[in-house]
Design a protein around this ligand. Structure first.
Ligand code: GLY
Ligand code: MN
Ligand code: MN
Length: 443
């Protein structure tokens, strides 16, 4: 797999390390986490580690040496006894070959080999302060190098955060990544279609969650990308509600924010639909405002604009809609510009319109950049960044709000790849238009 994207990424990181003065980078994968006694939580690799290796076994570390240009993998040794119980392991030799490393060693050798690699390295690159265990290990390795001081070697005199390099790389996706994200988006969209079709009064939230999970898994997804939200009635106004056991009631909406992870990449979709297949007039009014605001944000997403342009576009439409419906009263809050300037809209729209998405659902990457005079403006979008676009309206009961809107929570969310002159939505295989949702549910 020498033409693998992983090897190419490692080479790019080494290039960046050289520009920063050079040194040795150490990147471990995620630890296994016990759930109870001898049962672990389902294992999920570390995203940074996977980005540079494509390797999904636990107990593994990538080491990059900018002086030799070598990339090295430490992984679990072959072990017939353990493989009978826990399954196949590559072992260093096959892993080196398959994943295109220059060298690979058993993980048990890391504490002797890394101090040797660190000798005379100008800097150590790692995820500074990300885990107490890693910090302890680094201290141990550095002490081991310093202990050789009398032999004339010196320890790195600087530590740099490897994530500063990796975050920038991960922010702009390559074609391999976009292809996986498109497939994840399709599976997740099909899962939403399945849940909409299954919906009827009397079922419980977990019944729809089961439909989603079934569709994810039967299409090869390894995990949900995050805890599935299936929220009916008033639960939809609780932003981080998870799928529970509430009954789907005739006349209520159901908000589903759920999507799968496929081959290490997340998708993120929200749809809101009537439990019985037909929006009420009040639900439809608010739904169409959220949909129009999402369209405005989509229209504002393209290379060259700032990250907050889609948010601002969505807020304008939402705020106007809040004034038109009387959720916000002109007498109390003023006109559209006042509502935006004073953020009065945030009573019903309290989150932002998007976040980076990639290997992690809330992906890495700075949202702001360095301005010429030390200011930190929102960063400028470039092609192949991927962001969600997810406006909403959430109405809690209150005496000053028309009762017909009480307990309505609506969000619509899609994943967008930024292009030179617009964006490509990866998650539109599930309808978003209210009439189309009703037609699907009439099915
Ligand atoms: N599902 C998490 C989010 O929408 O950001
Ligand atoms: Mn979401
Ligand atoms: Mn999201």
């Amino acid at each position: 797999m020498t033409d693998s994207p992983y090897r190419a990424r490692r080479e790019r990181v080494i290039e960046q390390m050289r520009k920063a003065g050079g040194g040795v980078a150490v990147l471990p994968t995620a630890p296994e986490v016990p759930r109870n006694r001898d049962s672990d939580y389902p294992y999920r690799h570390d995203s940074y580690f996977y980005y540079l290796s494509g390797f999904t076994e636990p107990d593994a570390v990538v080491v990059l040496d900018s002086r030799t240009g070598h990339s090295i993998l430490f992984c679990r040794a072959k072990n017939e006894e353990r493989e009978i119980w826990d399954g196949y392991r590559y072992g260093p030799e096959a892993a080196r070959e398959t994943f295109g490393f220059d060298a690979a060693y058993p993980i048990d050798e890391i504490d002797t080999r890394v101090p040797q690699l660190l000798a005379d390295a100008p800097a150590l690159f790692y995820a500074l302060g990300a885990s107490a265990q890693q910090d302890r290990q680094v201290r141990h390795w550095l002490s081991a190098v310093r202990a050789q001081g009398r032999t004339g070697v010196s320890a790195p005199s600087a530590a740099r955060d490897i994530r500063a390099i990796l975050d920038e790389m991960r922010l702009v996706k390559d074609p391999v990544e976009i292809d996986i994200m498109a497939r994840a988006g399709k599976i997740s969209a099909e899962a939403h279609v399945r849940a909409m079709k299954a919906s009827r009064p009397g079922l419980r939230e977990y019944h729809l969650e089961a439909e989603l999970l079934y569709e994810f898994r039967r299409n090869g997804s390894q995990f949900p990308a995050y805890g599935s939200i299936v929220a009916t009635g008033a639960n939809a106004t609780v932003l981080h509600y998870r799928a529970g056991d509430a009954k789907l009631r005739d006349g209520d909406l159901c908000l589903i924010d759920a999507a799968c992870e496929l081959d290490g990449y997340a998708s993120d979709i929200t749809r809101t639909f009537p439990v019985n297949g037909k929006f009420t007039a009040a639900q439809r009014e608010l739904y169409d405002i959220v949909l129009a605001s999402q369209q405005a944000a989509i229209d504002a997403t393209r290379a060259g604009v700032r990250f907050d342009a889609p948010h601002d576009a969505a807020v304008r439409v939402l705020a106007q809609g809040m004034l038109d419906t009387g959720l916000l009263k002109h007498d109390a809050v003023g006109g559209l510009d006042d509502v935006i300037a004073n953020k009065s809209f945030s009573r019903f729209y309290m989150h932002r319109t998007g976040h980076w998405i990639g290997m992690d659902v809330h992906d890495c990457g700075e949202y702001r950049e360095e301005g010429p005079n030390g200011e930190r403006p929102w960063r400028t979008l470039v092609p192949n960044m991927v962001t969600t676009i997810e406006p909403g309206i959430y109405v809690r009961p209150a005496p000053d709000i028309d009762e017909r809107y009480w307990n309505i929570g609506i969000r619509i969310e899609d994943d967008a790849v930024v292009t030179a002159d617009g964006c490509t939505l990866l998650t539109r295989d599930v309808p978003v238009d209210a009439d189309e949702i009703e037609a699907l549910m009439r099915g």
